[in-house]
Design a protein around this ligand. Structure first.
Ligand code: HXC
Length: 257
């Protein structure tokens, strides 16, 4: 297999990445983070793929960055290696990512879920930022993305105490999109991916880009960006087809043009 730490497959129009370091509860070592970037970039160039599902195992989505790998490192080591910087490749990918989370999503595992566009969680999911218990702080974006997702009150609680929250609390707080029974978690994530992949690719990418802009800019600038992207959709054949199909009471046949 080309990947050492992942199982990578395509299910029709959906890319499926399964984190595969079961003995370490899918701890995110440098190799895994690099391979995740590679796998997602490969799906970027695969025209058939319209969305990607990232999942783990029943017991753990991912129990965080690999503590054994980090334990003996100095500041110079992690600074020069830019520990955490490799995630740029993951978040730089434009196709929607769906996290399907069962069991532990801790530290970097929780942060990986936060880097996904939709988060589906089984009732067994447990999210947390236990970095504080190790004498460090979140380093894969948790202080920023978790705070944007759940607000300061809950983010401070989780990051300063290191406690875990269950799927119900995570959904209520705004980190989780849907709670799904464990047995159907992956199927529902793949189904959502297939649904997204069935729409106009340009509309999907533009919608994701516009929502992501909300985390970066003020309201009037964000609304202006949205309006321009919205208007740009009228340059696509898919807009013509989507609206014609509605008027003619038939299913649209999007061609990604
Ligand atoms: C390396 C890990 C690991 C991790 C688990 N393992 N988490 N190895 N890094 N993050 C390994 C254990 O050492 C053990 O290996 C095996 O996986 C099974 O784990 P157990 O602890 O035996 O399982 P259990 O008792 O069920 O407890 C599960 C757990 C616990 C609660 C999830 O493993 C745990 O607390 N893990 C660490 C969680 C954590 O602190 N994550 C944050 C990491 S820091 P052996 O060989 O003993 O069987 C982080 C920072 C991100 O993510 C930013 C950095 C830049």
């Amino acid at each position: 297999a080309p990947y050492e730490t992942l199982v990578v497959e395509t299910r029709e129009t959906v890319g499926l990445i399964t984190l595969n370091r079961p003995k370490a509860l899918n701890a995110l070592n440098a190799a895994l983070i690099r391979e995740l970037g590679e796998a997602l970039e490969a799906f970027e160039f695969d025209e058939v793929v319209g969305a990607v599902v990232i999942t783990g195992a029943e017991k753990a989505f991912a129990a965080g960055a690999d503590i054994r790998e980090m334990a003996d490192k100095s500041f110079a080591d992690v600074y020069l290696a830019d520990l955490g910087g490799a995630w740029r490749r993951v978040v730089g990918c434009r196709k929607p990512r769906i996290a399907a989370v069962s069991g532990y999503a801790l530290g970097g595992g929780s942060e990986l879920a936060q880097m996904c566009d939709l988060v589906f969680a089984s009732p067994t999911a447990k999210f947390g930022q236990p970095e504080i218990t190790l004498g460090i702080i979140p380093g894969f974006g948790g202080t920023q993305r978790l705070t944007r997702a759940v607000g300061k009150a809950k983010a401070m609680d989780l990051i300063l105490t290191g406690r875990m929250m269950d799927a119900e609390e995570a959904e209520r707080a705004g980190l989780v999109s849907r709670i799904v029974p464990a047995e159907t978690l992956l199927d529902e994530a793949l189904e959502a991916g297939a649904k997204i992949a069935s729409f106009s690719r340009a509309a999907v990418l533009a919608a994701k880009e516009a929502v992501d802009v909300a985390a970066e800019v003020g309201l009037s600038e964000g609304v202006r960006f949205e309006r321009r992207m919205f208007q740009a959709m009228f340059a696509t054949d898919d807009q013509t087809e989507g609206m014609a199909a509605f008027v003619e009471k038939r299913k649209p046949a999007f061609k990604n043009r």
